[in-house]
Write a protein that binds this ligand. Structure first.
Ligand code: SAJ
Length: 456
């Protein structure tokens, strides 16, 4: 009986004769729903928010992701994709459910799994035999075999791996490249047992070019390891930048030289690490692990969290060098998005920079060609408007539009003794200084005449 069910489910997957419910239609859930619909499945996207559901059903993407609107429109029009707020109704139709809800951390940096728990309760109460439940939300180690399995089993009265199937398939997509990466990045498939792994492998193989089978617990740690690895490496680059400033050398040159070594590949320093993943996943990875006297991962987080403060410090130095006062100085913050070429401002380093400078009494104007957020500061419609009569320009995001700033024009727009604080190191310091700018940048300090500061 068991094997017949699996065989039938595999056939249904291969024939695209399966209804999928995707619970959570945000940055990850909606690309998931749209791509499975595109491949031929009937997909129901579930979201609590009325405006999200309404937008999807009108063929629009509430998430600004290249190519996603077109994909949503095409699949809604073809009748393969629809959205609902009614989870119970959607689950009654679904043969497989993919959970893609957020798993943030709370103020104490502990995982807040309430969205996941709510989803699990709904699914548990409505679970049918033979359903494949996939968790795509990032979770702390042990969640699949613990909370997820026990909630679903106790509420449904069914047994995982025999009556229903349960697999962890962590997402690996970065905003801005979500559709491409969903298809092209190898996908980890970690079932709680071989049946669950096999079924999810068959399902994800229909969209993803490469799938890699493992078990649920290994996949949980591997997912967190990826983002933590990146966070720790960025922290190294950021600490190196601070060392270079102290030593009066340029971190850009240092990295370029060090990276000529065949086994060295240093990341890029900047104004800090933002986004919903790298700022949280290291805490999920270390949650409930044995406390250590020397914790590399938590120290890396602290270094990255410190970088916006460092940008403020450079700004204060730049304003002082210009003989001005931070209070009442007009400062243009270029970029509120957390990274280049996206409209996403979640956990953006710019937020701390803007808030602290407002507290110091500066007049802040933000400009971002992609992102609506201004963190309570005035928002300029154009770059020119932001820079007009500014005393200092902080480059906080490395958007393409900021990579070729016309410094000759900018020097005429800004106030006397204009300063640039280049958080992303995308301006040529020599050119800026030749044109009369006071230039400060992450990891840049060629003022050997200035006294070396105490390490931070
Ligand atoms: N950043 C640096 N220096 C660097 C690289 C990045 O300062 O050398 C900054 C960015 O500006 C940004 C932050 O780090 O503020 C995070 O950006 P990101 O591009 O590293 O990553 P995310 O958060 O957009 O997406 C990450 C990705 N994970 C990895 O690259 C290992 C993505 O593949 C995951 O799917 C995503 O997290 C997720 O959802 O977990």
């Amino acid at each position: 009986m068991k094997s017949i069910t699996i065989k039938k489910l595999i056939e249904d997957i291969q024939n695209k004769n399966l209804c999928l419910a995707v619970l959570g239609s945000g940055y990850v859930g909606l690309p998931t729903a749209a791509l499975f619909a595109e491949t031929g499945f009937k997909v129901i996207a579930i979201d609590l928010k009325h405006e999200v559901v309404k937008a999807i059903n009108n063929g629009l993407s509430p998430v600004n992701e290249p190519g996603l609107s077109k994909l949503v429109k095409r699949n809604v029009e073809a009748g393969r994709l629809r959205a609902t707020q009614n989870t119970t109704e959607a689950l009654s139709q679904a043969d497989s459910v993919i959970i893609s809800v957020q798993t943030p951390i709370d103020k104490k940096k502990k995982p807040n799994l309430r969205f996941l728990e709510k989803a699990l309760k709904k699914i548990g109460r409505n679970l049918k035999k033979g359903t494949l439940v996939v968790i795509s939300s990032t979770v702390p180690p042990g969640t699949m075999l613990g909370k997820v399995k026990s909630t679903l089993e106790s509420l449904s009265g069914l047994k995982a791996e025999t009556d229903f199937y349960l697999t962890y398939v962590p997402e690996r997509i970065a905003p801005g490249k979500a559709l491409k990466e969903f298809v092209e990045s190898p996908r980890l498939i970690g079932g709680i047992g071989p049946n669950s792994t096999k079924l999810a492998t068959e399902l994800f193989r229909t969209v993803c070019k490469k799938v890699i089978e493992t078990d649920a617990s290994t996949a949980e740690v591997a997912k967190l390891a990826e983002n933590t690895f990146r966070d720790v490496n960025i922290a190294f680059a950021n600490q190196l930048a601070l060392i270079c400033e102290h030593q009066g050398v340029d971190v850009k040159n240092v990295i370029e030289l060090a990276n000529t070594h065949p086994r060295v590949n240093i990341h890029t320093p900047g104004p800090g690490v933002g986004g919903p993943c790298l700022t949280k996943d290291p805490y999920l990875l270390t949650y409930q692990s044995k406390p250590l006297n020397h914790d590399l991962i938590k120290t890396a987080r602290k270094i990255n969290d410190h970088m916006p403060e460092h940008i403020i410090k450079l700004t204060m130095q730049a304003i002082k060098t210009a003989g001005k006062n931070i209070q009442n100085s007009k400062i243009a913050v270029l970029g509120t998005a957390y990274k280049a070429n996206v409209d996403d401002s979640r956990q953006s380093p710019s937020k701390t920079i803007v808030h602290k400078l407002i507290k110091l009494g500066s007049k802040i104007v933000t400009y971002d060609p992609y992102c609506k957020e201004s963190f309570g500061a005035e928002k300029a419609k154009t770059l020119q408007q932001a820079l007009e009569k500014a005393d200092c320009t902080i480059i906080s995001t490395d958007h393409a539009e900021f990579k070729n700033l016309n410094l000759k024009e900018i020097v005429t727009l800004m106030n006397d003794k204009p300063a640039i604080v280049d958080g992303r190191r995308i301006v040529n310091p020599n050119e800026a200084e030749k044109l009369g700018f006071i230039y400060y940048g992450t990891g840049f300090n060629k003022r050997s005449s200035e006294p070396l500061e105490k390490p931070e």
